[in-house]
Design a protein around this ligand. Sequence first.
Ligand SMILES: [Zn+2]
Ligand SMILES: [Zn+2]
Length: 416
Amino acid sequence: MKQIVDFHIHSPFSRGVSKNMKISILAAEARKKGLDIIGTGDVFHKQWNQYLQENLSYEVDGLYSPSKKESNTLFIATGEVEDNEHIHHLVIVPSLKTGIEIAIEFEKKNKIKLSRYGGRPRVNMDASQLVDLVREYNCLIGPAHIFTPFTSIFRENKYSSLKDCFKESTAKVDFVELGLSANSAMADKIKELWGYTFLSNSDSHSPKSSKIGREANVIEVDDVSFSSIQKSLEKGKKSKIILNVGLDPRLGKYHLSFCYKCRRRIVYIHNPSKIYDEKFIYFEKENEKQFMISISARKLRCPACNGLLKLGVNDRVELLATTNKKNTKRPPYFDSVPLVSLISKGLKIKNPDSKTVIKEYNRLIATFENEYNILLNASIEEIRKENDYVGKKIELMRENKLEIIPGGGGNYGELV
Ligand SMILES: [Zn+2]
Ligand SMILES: [Zn+2]
């Protein structure tokens, strides 16, 4: 059977996370989205874990249902850990109880109090030690948002291969998480990653429809259980990921390279008529690669403010690329835009979470069951009958023809 899963979210105990991140709200929003399973996030945080145990009921092998039965969406224990090189890793855990056992072991081994770090613990171990430890507890683990500029394995001047980072434990890495600013085609430019399962997760800090499930994985499982999920995420030929649904990478907030100080984004065009404007810096496309290398070597400064330039995900991938062949074994990746963003654009309302937008969102959900069904399956004609603008945009989305102003430097991209 098919299951749609978003493995990566955060709890209110992590920095910058909405207070509304509660089981009842998450469960209701996940149902509208069409998520069958959602990660609990922050499972190594004792108070959040306690809250989860009080508000979830054990269903079957590693999966939990909301105690008040707000929806059929199930929860799976997941958490993110930062290693001693500021690299984030996503861990999928067999049970809430195991999450606490691991947290206690982190504290013992590192002689630290995890509560210091909020929802995402920082441990005094390198990536290989971390992998070894959580694998002893039968967890699945992989580096999170692998290309983001500050806390990822492949960030500028950090690692350029999994092997350099995980050393003799590389074989134990189960998957890599692409992050919002990348998709499968981009990551497959690195030949080493071809054999690895790609996960696309929301990394959401809010339960709003614009955030949770903006990325998800469609997987084939024998039954709904931790062991079946574990099996379906296996590497290579055995992987049963059918589809990655992800934010169009251009919408991600770290897609383009940027100035660290003024946050202008860098675009490469032929014969630019100006060097910069309010939002962008323009470099000659002819010398694109040279610019990327100079940025990486810190040899180039912002022409607008003299600030330090930093590589975005797109340029970082270009510098890491080892092949331009297509990985024909990779499951398809659907570049998407959250439904609320389409609705708000159609209504010319800036805030995708405003009342009017949500009202229209709920109306469409009532007609078409859930959001993924609208984005992926529903007939364009039927959608256009309900909302002409949204229908037209989804038609373009399915053909990969949406016009988007790419994001960067912490600013999300924008639909044109
Ligand atoms: Zn992270
Ligand atoms: Zn600048």
